[in-house]
Design a protein around this ligand. Structure first.
Ligand code: ADP
Length: 327
């Protein structure tokens, strides 16, 4: 067994995602169960540097499992990129006696944690908290399931109005680098086309397909676009479609930040609880500087330096399914 951890700091960092509160709760309650002291670090690495660190008790996390957002707040912190910033953070943690950290965030936050853990003697554990699902070493990220369900609910509503007016809707969902929200929500709502950053968008093919559908009098068409698609977002796509299909009644809907909010789904609460529990055990049993993930329904531990944005391959079969089912 490695050095015994006695005081754990928990924080949320980078982009927020629904289910982060469930993860915080799991870390706090598991730590207390094992007789450890738990501290909440406010606003990501900013709170570490500014010494905004508060003791947490079992009651501090009462009634939060069902709440979106994060009670610890989150932030992006420029100072942490600098050695001096990280030194300040270390001095504050050392003064309190924090000897282990759980960072709930995305790959950027893990990069920060990895650098910090290499520089100083405070082990860090990462929990994947991002709606984008673009992290290696895990089938799930905390927040993706909720975000994609929010998108599905919104797109279903758009389909109703699209149907009433025979309109073509171009719907933009979140995903700057990853198309998972677009792909999952698009398939689940019966979108005709899904445009994602992982695949070069062939606009000619899209236009031809829409023209062909127009000829066949397929009146309701929905195109789901990830915000980071290489051709551009929904407005760019709509502009070209309007030029090439002047008769189509085209509308744009940008779903935006609603995808980040809301009460976390059952799945997100469940994985957040399992991961939070596992993070404390990692610190206790010396499995340091890893990201906790779940692969094939088993806990899986990836060294922090490898838990960076995964350019996971989008399955060709999934894209084939989109084409076949939307015909
Ligand atoms: P996310 O964790 O959602 O990917 P960011 O990429 O914005 O979000 O990262 C969150 C924070 O992590 C940054 O604001 C910064 O404080 C810290 N961080 C990210 N990359 C590094 C790095 N290379 N060195 C030090 N800190 C970093």
């Amino acid at each position: 067994m490695a050095n015994k951890v006695t005081k754990i700091g928990v924080m949320t960092s980078g982009g927020d995602s629904p289910g982060m509160n469930a993860a915080i709760r799991a870390v706090v309650r598991t730590g207390i169960y094992y007789g450890l002291e738990i501290f909440g670090i406010m606003r990501g690495y900013s709170g570490m540097i500014e010494n905004d660190i508060v003791p947490m008790h079992s009651r501090s996390v009462a009634n939060i499992i069902q709440r979106g957002g994060t009670v610890l707040k989150t932030a992006r912190c420029k100072e942490f990129f600098e050695k001096e910033g990280r030194k300040k953070a270390y001095d504050n943690l050392k003064q309190i006696g924090v000897d282990g950290i759980v960072v709930i965030g995305g790959d950027g936050s893990f990069r920060g944690a990895d650098i910090f853990a290499r520089e100083y003697d405070i082990p860090c554990i990462g929990l994947p908290g991002t709606i984008d699902k673009d992290i290696a070493g895990t089938d799930f990220t905390i927040g993706f399931d909720t975000a994609v369900n929010t998108a599905v609910e919104a797109i279903d509503k758009i389909r109703d109005t699209a149907d009433a007016h025979d309109r073509l809707f171009i719907i933009e969902v979140m995903g700057r680098d990853a198309g998972y929200i677009a792909l999952h929500s698009g398939i689940a709502t019966g979108a005709e086309h899904i445009l994602i950053p992982e695949r070069k968008t062939d606009m000619e093919e899209l236009i031809l397909s829409l023209q062909e559908k127009e000829k066949r009098k397929k009146l309701v068409n929905m195109v789901v676009v990830a915000e980071g698609d290489d051709f551009g977002g929904a407005y760019e796509v709509a502009k070209l479609v309007k030029e090439r299909l002047p008769n189509a009644e085209t509308r744009v809907a940008i779903l935006g930040h609603i995808q980040r909010g809301g009460s976390p789904s059952c799945l997100d609460r469940l994985i957040a609880s399992r991961m939070g529990y596992a993070a404390v055990e990692c610190l206790m049993y010396g499995r340091h500087n890893v990201m906790v993930g779940i692969l094939n329904n088993k806990m899986h531990y990836t060294p922090l330096e490898k838990a960076v944005k995964a350019k996971q391959r989008i399955s060709d079969e999934w894209l084939k399914i989109v084409k076949i089912l939307a015909s």
